[in-house]
Write a protein that binds this ligand. Structure first.
Ligand code: NAP
Length: 289
């Protein structure tokens, strides 16, 4: 397939490599051109404008947040894009923006699919992302070969793109809550002289196996929050989006409010670019350590 790809950050760059490996042609664009140039060495064609990426069979975007998506996907860009093109937005964005973009694309004859992903950049590099897709079924069918190149499984969960976004936000809210409690619990046991690594070995072998407690727990136990795989500021964005989505349907999320404040505290202390696991450091600081 002939694919355009916009947004070559930690996640996007890893995804492009796997799309190329599967034999597709990829035109790449990134705001900071050096990140695009790095992919030219593995076979991507670097283009100078987002409009050049918005062509071919489909364009995938993996930008940071709502603001970035709004800045790049303008009304004029959509106006000039070829009719029938499929835009697959794989970033974690708001439910409200997904609804708005679905309408804006449809009015110009462009298909819009939301396909946010679960898995950190190492999972993206391994081609093992979990993809949660929603939108017109025939559009998802057409881009399924691309999903197969970057993910281990695609879950189709509805015909309205925003349904995929709310599912992703609910999952990240749970992830954030897990990392928050992990940081608090690790600080509790450390306060009584129990080694954090011992604590993690016990909880991950029995009660809480799986990548969340093992992966984030390791970083908390080692107090190693750089290099960031998932930045705290992006985690804060997701919890805020979950709160906004909940607000829209009058659904209280009291735990999300607590985690939002913890992430705000991390950002206020200059740790927004550190990994999300820095919630462990927030808990330790609150305990005077
Ligand atoms: P990242 O490394 O910070 O990359 C962000 C990308 O967005 C970069 O390409 C950046 O361009 C671009 N960007 C930011 N603001 C922009 C603007 N105003 N105009 C144009 N481009 C802009 O983030 P990431 O970790 O790849 O995450 C990307 C998305 O995936 C986010 O929505 C995130 O929540 C989601 N996600 C992340 C993970 C994870 O573990 N990292 C997992 C699942 C989902 P520059 O290079 O020019 O800065």
């Amino acid at each position: 397939m002939d694919i355009g790809f916009i947004g070559l950050g930690e996640m996007g760059a890893a995804m492009v490599v796997n799309i190329l490996k599967a034999g597709h042609q990829v035109r790449v664009w990134n705001r900071s051109p050096e990140r695009a140039q790095a992919l030219a060495d593995v076979g991507a064609r670097v283009v100078a404008t987002p409009a050049e990426a918005f062509a071919g069979d489909a364009v995938l975007s993996m930008l940071a947040d709502d603001a970035a998506l709004r800045e790049v996907v303008t009304a004029s860009l959509l106006e000039h894009a070829p009719r029938g093109l499929i835009h697959v937005n794989m970033a974690t964005v708001s439910v409200a923006l997904a609804e708005e973009l679905a309408t804006a694309h449809a009015s110009r004859g462009i298909h819009y699919v939301a396909a946010p992903v679960m898995g950190r950049p190492d999972v993206a590099a391994a081609g093992k992302l979990t993809i949660v897709a929603a939108g017109p079924a025939e559009s998802i069918d057409r881009v399924q070969p691309i999903f197969d190149a970057i993910g281990q499984k695609t879950w189709r969960i509805g015909s309205l793109p925003q349904q995929a976004n709310v599912m992703k936000l609910a999952a990240n809210f749970m992830l954030a809550s897990a990392v928050e409690t992990l940081g608090e619990a690790a600080t509790l046991v450390a306060g009584h002289g129990v080694g954090m690594q011992d604590f993690l070995d016990v909880i991950t072998s029995g009660l809480f196996p799986g990548p969340v407690y093992a992966g984030y727990g390791k970083m908390i136990a080692e107090q190693r929050y750089e290099p960031a795989l998932f930045k705290a500021r992006l985690g804060l964005k997701d919890v805020r989006l979950a709160l906004a989505a909940a607000d829209a349907v009058t659904t209280p999320l009291p735990i999300a409010s607590v985690v939002r404040d913890s992430l705000l505290e991390a950002v206020a202390h200059g740790d927004g670019e550190k990994d999300f696991a820095v919630l462990g450091q927030v808990a330790a600081r609150r305990a005077g350590r």
